[in-house]
Design a protein around this ligand. Sequence first.
Ligand SMILES: [Mg+2]
Length: 266
Amino acid sequence: MQPGGRRAGDPGRRGPGPLPVQGVGLTAPEALPPAPAGIEVVGVDADDTLWHNETYFAEAAATFAEILAPWAPDGEDVRARNDATERRNLELFGYGIKGFTLSMIETAVEVSDGQVSGEAVGRLLELGREMLAHPVDLLDGVADALARLAERHRLVLVTKGDLIHQEQKIARSGLVELFERIEVVSEKDEATYAAVIDRMSVAPERFCMVGNSVRSDVLPVLALGGHAVQVPYEITWSHEQVPEADGGFPVLGSLGELADWLASAR
Ligand SMILES: [Mg+2]
């Protein structure tokens, strides 16, 4: 990992090629729809919503390309190759840095036709280890925003990824006491959210999820009759990209805007 970047935080899920997100906070407040009344429970995503994550995967992917450069054929886009490897492995490895690390090694072996050195593989393992040990770096204003949300709502954290790593990040974040429940799940789909909403003993129409990913934090909750708000992060993992996804849900510039928006319900 590159030291001293503008983000210092903790990587979480996985991380193939990040793509630019289509603008953070482009929606003017006056363009927001009216807030739903009676929201009792707010579900909060963790990676790239509470703390930086995807940026570390992007940095690691750049380092991976440097390490592999001596073995990469001319014109080979090793980052794209690694994205493909990681996606292929998701079902077996799940989300997170450990799966990402194994995929980097697999890609290195493939791209080098088995010639990559043990020393280079060791550097890839070290890269993964550094990502796992990285400190949690909260996004600006998150602690205050969550505290304000907790004054009027019950909060549940909903995150996917390596169980141990996510638990460590949550513990290090200093935010754990603001949440009534912590849910570390293997996939954020409709079935998962239905179970979470059930465990919170709340009706879907009184549940609002907030997160950076349209695919994982917004669409499955809307499909259940719940409410969802996107707060985009500066980059979005390609796996989380949903083409033509805009529309039908509010997009806020920060978590802090959510408390104001929900409080404006009448
Ligand atoms: Mg996220």
